[in-house]
Write a protein that binds this ligand. Structure first.
Ligand SMILES: Cc1cc2nc3c(=O)[nH]c(=O)nc-3n(C[C@H](O)[C@H](O)[C@H](O)COP(=O)(O)OP(=O)(O)OC[C@H]3O[C@@H](n4cnc5c(N)ncnc54)[C@H](O)[C@@H]3O)c2cc1C
Length: 581
């Protein structure tokens, strides 16, 4: 069980905000020791109760192991306490704690992790918008009774566009007073849909979309058979039907109609960080199988791990991308914990890069294991199927691209094109202090991004949805390059947050940062140019001018040393010194 007795009040520590300025902050959440203990409890539980054979068996049978989910979200492990504030008997974990735990859960099994996530998601409208009495009642019950929740927003006709929801909640009047509501409609793809004790349901009330809490067994509430899914087959996903389901007025979250979409929006920064951590954990789970395999497997007279054409294609770039997304997750989580607000766009960037990187890493891990990777037994195939969901739920990758692009476009306009140039100049300042961390190349990526966006403004290219979404991708790469360079510098200065991951030492982190920064800079400049020319906004001499302004030649020159850095990263990953052959 998660040990709550060692949770101590949060310390005040010096940290640094996203602009790199050191600041004193009261860190919410667990102290380092409590976080480590919680992670260890989870690892022990997984070792004991979730061996690979069991997970593969449930996966093959398409079965959600309810007793395991209840043990994790109940008295035995008590993982749900992490999400519950201390005043309601929980541990009051912060965003950084939640990311670390979500990563660990995803390393074990993404389907079971999804069941835990669903309870957290279901409790979020309550945490954000409920009345004090509702919070006390429901959050205490989740904490103490291990109530399983589901978050029921999506409908057959309303997925990415939640505003299209059709489920209705009609008032039931008692004279002048609203006595309750009658809910009618259906919900689609609801995690824990067939096993939850209670449901947070988004429905259209006369005053607008609103959240209602409906308990299992309510008359008129039914669920379909669980969906037969491509992956996360250990999670229960089911459609729900509401046929004149009556709830008392005190089940309207917050007591005021029309707050539903705002309440849903208010938690995206946080919840998308959780899914980002899922992509990260699953991606690493796959690579952590491929790496020892490559060290053992001998082909053409030597282990695969000694073959550069193997490591530098199938392993190293994925490690760099995953660690870039980790740096961004950590930076965003620390900012949320420092009280900067919900950070929806940052959550979207983190989710976008981590989930895409996790998918690529898992796919590559199948290739790395050859024929064995293609079989169930070696589990990378399962991980690949599981991680696929992370680019779909909590907002698809395309919706992330749109969210990122729209928000940063506004910043570009507001600062007259200087937003990313300013960030680049900050990194250039850091580079002067730490020339090995890749901050100079991350700065090149950000300068090039500013130029791509300016070109897009001049050519009015955001009227093309494809360009808008491609900008979202480039923004995510450039910002994550900045974060990883910043993390590499903090690591070199021994200033990392005590709860941040320390998987790599400062030198290894710096080489990963240089690898990723080169990829990001190259991608921003080359793909940016491609879309600008492709949309007809530059031709002939304009192209040469853009190449100069975006620093394309400098970005090409910055690729020098890439192979040596990839060699160094492979040496670290395979625990050896000397060059790959
Ligand atoms: C296993 C699983 C578990 C889930 N769990 C939950 C849950 O617990 N609770 C819950 O409420 N929901 C849940 N969902 C639903 C999930 O969040 C939605 O599936 C997701 O938001 C996408 O909605 P959709 O499936 O309707 O796809 P659509 O919105 O129809 O999208 C289909 C495709 O079109 C793209 N697209 C959509 N809109 C645009 C646009 N404007 N411009 C360009 N491209 C666009 C999308 O990116 C996607 O590629 C779950 C889904 C699955 C599969």
């Amino acid at each position: 069980m998660v040990n709550t007795s060692v949770v101590t009040p949060s310390p005040v520590e010096e940290h640094s905000d996203h602009s790199g300025r050191p600041m004193a902050r009261a860190i919410p959440g667990l102290d380092q020791e409590s976080l480590e203990l919680t992670l260890q409890s989870l690892k022990d539980f997984a070792k004991d109760r979730l061996p690979d054979e069991k997970l593969l068996e449930w996966d093959a049978r398409d079965e959600c192991p309810l007793d395991i989910v209840r043990a994790m979200c109940g008295a035995e492990l008590g993982i749900q306490l992490l999400f519950i504030p201390e005043e309601f008997g929980g541990m009051g974990g912060g965003a950084l704690d939640v990311y670390r735990i979500c990563e660990e859960m995803a390393r074990v099994d993404l389907g079971i992790a999804t069941a835990v996530l669903a309870t957290f998601l279901g409790s979020e409208p309550i945490s954000v918008g409920a009345t004090p009495e509702q919070k006390r009642y429901w959050l205490s019950r989740i904490g103490q009774e291990g109530l399983l929740f589901a978050y029921a927003a999506t409908e057959p006709e309303a997925g990415s566009d939640l505003a299209a929801l059709r489920t209705t909640a009609e008032r039931v009047m008692d004279g002048e007073r609203i006595a309750g509501y009658t809910i009618n409609g259906s919900k689609q793809w609801i995690s824990n849909g067939g096993i939850a004790d209670a449901y947070s349901v988004l429905a259209s009330a006369p005053g607008g979309p609103s959240w209602f809490i409906v308990e299992k067994g309510a008359a008129g509430l039914s669920h379909d058979q669980p969906e037969e899914k491509h992956g996360i087959r250990t999670s229960n996903t089911a459609a729900l039907s509401f046929d004149d389901v009556y709830v008392d007025a005190d089940r309207l979250v917050g007591g005021t109609e029309g707050q539903g979409l705002t309440q849903a929006q208010a938690v995206f920064g946080y919840t998308r960080l959780m899914v980002a951590a899922f992509g990260l954990g699953a991606g690493w789970a796959a690579l952590d199988r491929a790496i020892p395999y490559a060290a053992e497997r001998v082909q053409a007279g030597s282990p695969l791990s000694q073959k550069q054409g193997y490591t530098h294609k199938l392993i190293v770039p994925h490690v760099a991308r995953l660690e870039a997304s980790r740096a961004y997750i950590e930076e965003s989580a620390l900012r949320i914990d420092s009280g900067e607000g919900n950070l929806n766009t940052e959550g979207s960037i983190a989710k976008y890069l981590a989930s895409e990187a996790g998918n690529l890493a898992a796919d590559s891990a199948i290739q790395a294991l050859g024929g064995y990777g293609y079989t169930h037994e070696y589990k990378v195939e399962k991980i690949k199927r599981d991680v696929r969901i992370t680019t779909i739920y909590e907002g698809t990758s395309e919706i992330m691209e749109m969210t990122i692009s729209r928000d940063r476009w506004q910043l570009h306009l507001k600062t007259r094109g200087q937003h990313y140039h300013d960030q680049a100049r900050r990194l250039e300042g850091l580079h002067a202090r730490h020339p090995a961390a890749g901050a100079d190349v991350a700065a090149l990526a950000l300068h090039a991004l500013a130029e791509v966006m300016e070109r897009a403004r001049l050519g009015r290219l955001t009227r093309y949805q494809h360009i808008l979404l491609r900008l979202g991708e480039l923004i995510a790469y450039a910002e994550c390059a900045g974060s990883l360079a910043q993390k590499a510098i903090w690591a070199a200065e021994d200033r990392l947050d005590p709860k941040a991951s320390r998987r790599f030492d400062p030198a290894a982190l710096a080489s990963l940062s240089r690898i990723f920064a080169r990829e990001a800079a190259f991608k921003v400049a080359e793909e940016g140019l491609r879309w600008i020319v492709g949309a007809g906004a530059a031709s002939g001499p304009d192209i040469a001018e853009f190449e100069t302004r975006s620093g394309l030649a400098a970005i090409h020159r910055a690729q020098a040393g890439l192979l040596a850095d990839m060699d160094a990263a492979a040496d670290t990953l395979f625990g050896r010194s000397g060059k790959a052959t």
